[in-house]
Design a protein around this ligand. Structure first.
Ligand code: GDP
Length: 652
């Protein structure tokens, strides 16, 4: 089938005349707008002119929109906020959405395309305004294919069992690198240090151990490029060695093994390698992929070889960063020092940090007053992979916080203020909802997750093996069971942190949990399930994997009210004047307060009034006053939902 010029022009959004000019440019000769173009040529033209056609359409659109009103918005927009922007009633907007087959309530967010489509008939052009935070992130977005990215030094963390020599090894490497005649002859402890090994830099983090490593990851920081696993030759693989391996693996960071203390008599290196092989860390010399280096932190033997291997691994990783952009990175340590105020050690990961730069991190910002390197020298700039102390923060940032340089102090202040506000609201909320085995099971059923991550701790090795063997036998086509970590002993804080970063549940058999583990689990919303019968543990996990684990508690919506007005009543607190829009509000029931689609509070309805009278229940279509204990930050426009809780018997 062929097509005439004028038809193709219409299709592509050009006039016939314009298309003929374009065709001539592409050496396709046509006589006029009635000329016929064969199918194949038309297809090529469509392809060739795709870009030009888009551009043209945009221009036409722009002319068409000349008399449109431009309104700035920040996405995502809720139904309510779009209605406000368009100055129409929410119900009118909901009606329009239904016509587009979108059924949304007032607090639900709508896609950008849909917002634009809805705005058009009102002659409104929605112009996207990025929030300060979004702007900041965009500014620092790493351009993976940027030509300006150049080689950067690897960042290394030492891990391993206690007393296997991590600290001494870090010291030995540091001392070996001190240039003669340097002030004091020793580097400063600032949380990280850089060594120059035969012309190549390597950065070491000075807080060894997988606990610190995973705590940083839990704050969103990805700092370490290579893990050096320290195993004492006289002691071999120990429980924390296994923990360290699992923590490194969960972070997908490559491991180099340093078999330490080889200066000691009667050691057996092969025995250690054997143990490593059993943990799937087969040494290179045995046909595997793991580099093992024998070292002595005491005598210095093998340390050069270890550094060579670190550089080799770094080369394979092709670590790169752009030094010519706004700096960003991670805070590795921060403290208050007499005389200098807050001192924070930052590891630059991208860009170059300079004096007078404005740095935002967590809930604080700083204009960089001074920078000091790991040799105690004042410096003016620090590039990728360089650790540097920063002076000038108003408060103490936390280790693991990401930092970004912004171009204006005003922006820094606004971002920090917004973050503080968000944090305050979050603090008012009761603890975060736990990520439970039941929740995961539900997600599995919906097909949303394909891997069930589990951490297992048992009383003795025998039960650990029995439990793991049975779990490995569970077959499921949809879901894979991933044992993030297994070990013997009580559930500790590092297990919980590992669960946080890998989205895992913790299963304990015949063990307890440390006090700190319990606290952290509660605050981070990690579920720890303790069992005393192996069969029960296996059965729960199997049901979860089949998406069949029933929740213990079922919530069903009993009623919904819209907050219309807020009253402050002395001695009583804040009372929300509401209209019940669905079902009934019942005093004493569990309730949620929802603002802009976000659940900002969960608690019980403490007081319920019709006019001045206390009542037990208020039905749909009536007004009422609702009060909550411990929550006063309620606003007009919030939604209050109450739920009936039902305990469900588990049938396994
Ligand atoms: P960490 O807990 O892993 O940081 O271990 P440390 O670095 O504190 O070392 C624990 C103990 O082992 C200390 O008494 C060190 O002196 C000793 N040690 C560390 N490395 C070596 C080594 O290569 N050879 C010998 N003989 N002792 C070492």
């Amino acid at each position: 089938m062929s097509v005439r010029v004028h038809k193709l022009a219409k299709e592509l959004g050009f006039s016939s005349k314009e298309l003929i000019v374009k065709l001539r440019e592409l050496s396709v000769s046509v006589k006029g707008h009635m000329s016929v173009i064969d199918d194949e040529t038309a297809e090529i033209l469509r392809h060739e002119l795709e870009e030009a056609s888009k551009k043209k359409r945009k221009e036409v659109e722009k002319i068409k929109r000349k008399d449109f009103k431009e309104i700035e918005v920040i996405y995502p927009l809720t139904v309510k906020n779009l209605a406000i922007k368009l100055q129409i009633k929410p119900n009118e907007l909901i009606g329009k959405l239904i016509k587009l087959n979108i059924f949304a309530n007032i607090n639900q967010t709508i896609d950008k395309d849909v917002c634009e489509k809805i705005a058009e008939p009102y002659k409104v052009e929605l112009k996207e305004k990025l929030s300060d935070e979004q702007e900041l992130i965009q500014l620092h977005e790493v351009k993976e294919n940027s030509k300006k990215r150049v080689h950067r030094a690897p960042v290394v963390t030492m891990m391993g069992h206690v007393d296997h020599g991590k600290t001494l090894l870090l010291d030995a490497i540091r001392k070996a690198n001190v240039v003669d005649g340097e002030a004091g002859g020793i580097t400063q402890h600032i949380g990280a240090y850089e060594v120059d090994f035969s012309g190549h830099d390597i950065t070491f983090l000075d807080t060894p151990g997988h606990e610190a490593f995973t705590a940083m990851r839990a704050r969103g920081a990805h700092v370490t490029d290579i893990v050096v696993l320290v195993v004492a030759a006289d002691d071999g693989v120990m429980p924390q060695t296994i923990e360290a391996i699992d923590h490194a693996k969960a972070a997908k960071v490559p491991i180099i093994v340093a078999i330490n203390k080889v200066d000691k008599p009667n050691i057996n290196v092969d025995k250690v390698k054997n143990q490593l092989q059993e943990l799937n860390l087969t040494p290179e010399e045995w046909g595997g992929e793991i580099i093992c280096v024998c070292v002595s932190a005491k005598t210095g033997e093998g340390i050069e070889h270890l550094l060579e291997m670190v550089l080799l691994q770094a080369e394979i990783l092709e670590l790169k960063a752009d030094p010519d952009t706004y700096a960003s990175g991670t805070i590795v340590e921060a403290k208050i020092c007499k005389g200098s105020g807050v001192v924070a050690t930052a590891l630059v990961q991208s860009g170059t940090l300079k004096l007078q730069d404005i740095v935002v991190t967590g809930l604080h910002y700083a204009r960089v007053k001074a920078m000091i390197n790991d040799h105690g020298k004042r410096i003016n700039k620090a590039g990728p992979s360089a650790p540097v102390e920063i002076l000038g923060f108003s408060g103490v940032p936390e280790a693991g916080d990401t930092f970004y340089v912004v171009d204006e102090e005003k922006k820094a202040r606004s971002i920090v203020e917004k973050r503080r506000h968000k944090k305050r609201e979050k603090d008012l909320m009761p603890q975060a909802r736990a990520l439970t085995l039941e929740d995961l099971s539900k997600e599995i059923q919906k097909g949303k997750i394909k891997i069930l991550n589990v951490i297992i701790k048992t009383d003795v090795q025998g039960s650990l093996e029995a439990l793991c063997a049975s779990l490995n036998k569970i077959e499921s086509e949809e879901v894979e069971l991933n044992l993030v970590h297994k070990g013997v002993g009580n559930i500790n804080e590092s297990d919980v942190m590992l669960a946080v970063v890998s989205g895992a549940v913790i299963i304990g058999f015949g063990v307890g949990k440390d006090v700190k583990a319990s606290e952290t689990a509660k605050s981070k919303g990690v579920e720890i399930k303790l069992y005393s019968v192996i069969y029960e543990a296996i059965s729960d996990i199997r049901s979860a994997m089949e998406g069949l684990l029933e929740p213990h508690i079922k919530r069903s919506l009993e009623g919904r009210a819209e907050v219309r007005q807020v009253f402050k009543v002395s001695k009583v607190g804040t009372i929300a004047g509401c209209m019940v829009v669905k079902g009934a509000i019942v005093r004493g029931m569990e309730s949620k307060i929802i603002r802009e689609d976000e659940n900002i509070f969960t608690g019980t309805v403490d007081s319920l009034k019709r006019f001045k009278n206390d009542v037990k229940e208020v039905k749909e279509g009536f007004e009422c006053g609702i009060g909550f204990r411990n929550f006063n930050n309620i606003k007009a426009g919030d939604l209050i939902e109450v739920f009936k809780l039902e305990k469900i018997k588990k049938t396994l």
